[in-house]
Design a protein around this ligand. Structure first.
Ligand code: ZN
Length: 592
């Protein structure tokens, strides 16, 4: 008997109440009692999120007759035995304005499959049909997704329309988020492959043409990096198109990668507007985010750590390799802006210097390697607190410096004949290109040194041991000059400092972080303390602290009054010179 695809029907039905109705229809359910589960996390964001919390109601029925259904664990349900077709009807509360969840209101619906699609246990390899239905209150909305239309189905959706879509299995089903609404849209082709950029949210006079022209160059450069001969875009294996779904807000920032699309959040002020030519660092930040998520189309969505092949969506999946999958991606995101010509070298060196300064500032890099940070992403990097700058290292930023160090090492040792590009291409050929159509195997945990040697002939085992699995800084002072770039440190500007991070909260100036070994740490201040006065003068906001301290010299002692909970406490602090130094990168002009 030929199995019918699993059938999902999705309707955002209560826009002001932020609710989505889903029906899952299952022919031939497990006669002993069918169980279902919802992912506990969304791939690309390494934190248990318990999406099942947002399922408000759930009922099961068969041919109109109720069937018992009950929860068996946090993310799982079990139906009573039932021999005929089984319908599961449930409502999902969708009011999470992030790239990771589901968000529905009167202006749009954004749906990640991990929030709305229950998986029948034992059936994750079967094809799925998804019927998207318009909200009754907003029938003019269109649909934007990389989920392919179900060609040949009698209710097949038209492009951007409602009706039937299809996914070959559950892993694909939850990897094509869906946007519905009336967004601003621009399209372009890169090496013949169709790309669509969708902007939701208020963004007056958005310069769509300029954005499309710049992003087109970035996409074309990345396709050519991985497929220099065929120039074939990777997502042609799953959908005929790539979709950038951008939510524009006042101050949002973030992105989440998928196999043929990405969900982005950006600040309105980072986007270029018509008739102005002054899109500056903010726009470069947006292009860097676009470049980062697009690079993931290869690196992590197809070239994956073995620990993610396949994902186990019910629990944490541990890997020590996020310094490769996030770190290398963070190295290439800005580099591809330079290579594609959307920024110049001065801009690139400014961005790189900022990354180097940031890594240098966090003392946590002496307590944790990027491999350890990767393994503990679930409980530490994704659960940051007041002490994180003292305790953690970022596998993104330090990982990108490890990639830079490897790239320079390879180029130097091979006299310019090989580079990290060759490593990416070998990983692409071996693990990525046929991931969804072939065996679907991932990169073994200990494979990087061997892969680099195979791709380039250069032995980097010692480098990787020291800088990725060990906690040593990447020696960029000696490596960057091999590229003709000078690295210098200049003292940070400003007056003496208490060595803490402040935030204004509920009318108080609170200590967010006390940097280990600094003035505040030595003097006894703690995160959470509310600053009241410095040498008897009232503290007026975080910015006011710098103004008060400007009258002093490093080495001076000041009296600091704080409220710790509701108790007034006094401390004597010896001020430090501005400890943080700033990295400056320059390519000295060639002599003569
Ligand atoms: Zn990333």
């Amino acid at each position: 008997m030929k199995k019918e695809p699993l059938l999902y029907s999705v309707t955002p039905f209560d826009l002001s109440g932020h609710r989505v109705r889903v029906r899952l229809t299952l022919r031939n359910p497990d006669p002993g009692g069918q169980s279902f589960s919802l992912p506990a996390w969304i791939p690309g964001s390494y934190l248990i999120r318990d999406f099942s919390r947002q399922i408000e109601t759930i009922q099961a029925s068969s041919r109109g007759k109720p069937v018992g259904i009950r929860k068996t664990a946090n993310h799982t349900w079990l139906c009573e035995p039932c021999k005929a077709e089984l319908d599961i009807d449930y409502t999902v509360y969708a009011w999470d304005l992030s790239v990771r969840g589901a968000h529905v209101d009167e202006t749009h619906a954004f749906l990640n499959g991990t929030s709305i699609f229950l998986c029948p246990d034992g059936r994750s390899q079967e094809p799925c049909h998804v019927e998207l239905c318009p909200p009754p209150q907003a029938r003019n909305w269109k649909v934007y997704t990389s989920l392919p239309e179900a060609a040949g189905h009698p209710r097949c959706a038209r492009r951007h329309g409602y009706g039937m879509y299809i996914a070959p299995d559950y892993d694909a089903l939850i990897d094509h988020p869906i946007e519905m609404g009336t967004p601003q849209v621009v399209r372009f082709k890169a090496h013949g492959a169709e790309h669509e950029m969708v902007f939701t949210g208020v963004a007056p006079n958005l310069d769509l043409k300029r954005i499309a022209a710049d992003v087109q160059k970035i996409c074309a450069a990345q396709i050519a990096l991985f497929e220099p001969r065929t120039r074939r875009a990777p997502f042609l294996d799953s959908a005929g198109r790539y979709v950038f779904m951008t939510m524009v807000t006042g101050d949002g920032y973030g992105g989440l990668e998928h196999r043929a699309s990405t969900a982005l959040m950006t600040s309105r002020r980072d986007l270029p507007v018509l008739g102005r030519d002054n899109a500056g660092e903010g726009y470069q930040t947006f292009l860097g985010l676009v470049s980062h998520e697009y690079f993931h189309t290869w690196n992590v969505k197809r070239i994956k750590p073995a620990a993610f092949a396949p994902y186990d969506l019910g629990r944490e999946n541990h890997t020590r390799l996020l310094w490769v999958f996030e770190g290398f991606t963070s190295y290439y995101d800005d580099l591809m802006l330079l290579r594609s010509g959307v920024i110049d070298e001065a801009d690139y060196l400014r961005m790189l210097a900022k990354t180097i300064s940031g890594v240098q500032r966090a003392g946590g890099r002496f307590k944790q390697s990027v491999a350890e940070s990767s393994f503990d992403a679930w409980t530490r990097y994704y659960k940051q607190d007041e002490n994180s700058p003292n305790a953690l290292v970022s596998y993104y930023t330090k990982g990108s410096l490890v990639a830079l160090g490897l790239d320079i090492t390879i180029r130097h040792a091979s006299a310019g004949r090989r580079s990290l590009d060759d490593v990416m291409r070998l990983m692409w050929e071996r693990y990525g290109r046929d991931f969804y159509t072939g065996a679907g195997t991932g990169v073994p945990e200990d494979a990087m040194a061997d892969l680099i040697r195979e791709a380039t002939g250069v032995d980097t085992r010692d480098f990787i041991e020291r800088h990725a699995y060990g906690r040593e800084d990447v020696p960029l002072e000696s490596l960057l000059p091999l590229l003709g770039i000078a690295l210098n440190w200049k003292p940070a500007s400003g007056g003496p400092t208490l060595d803490l991070r402040l935030r204004d909260s509920h009318g108080e100036t609170q200590i967010a972080t006390v940097y280990e070994g600094g003035s505040a740490h030595r003097g006894g201040l703690s995160a959470g303390d509310a600053l009241v006065a410095i040498d008897g003068l009232k503290v007026n906001g975080a910015a006011g602290v710098d103004r008060l301290l400007a009258a002093y010299q490093p080495g001076d002692t000041v009296a600091v009054h704080v409220f710790r909970r509701d108790e007034l406490r006094a401390f004597q602090l010896v001020l430090n010179a501005p400890g943080a130094t700033e990295c400056v990168l320059e390519r000295p002009a060639a002599a003569g």
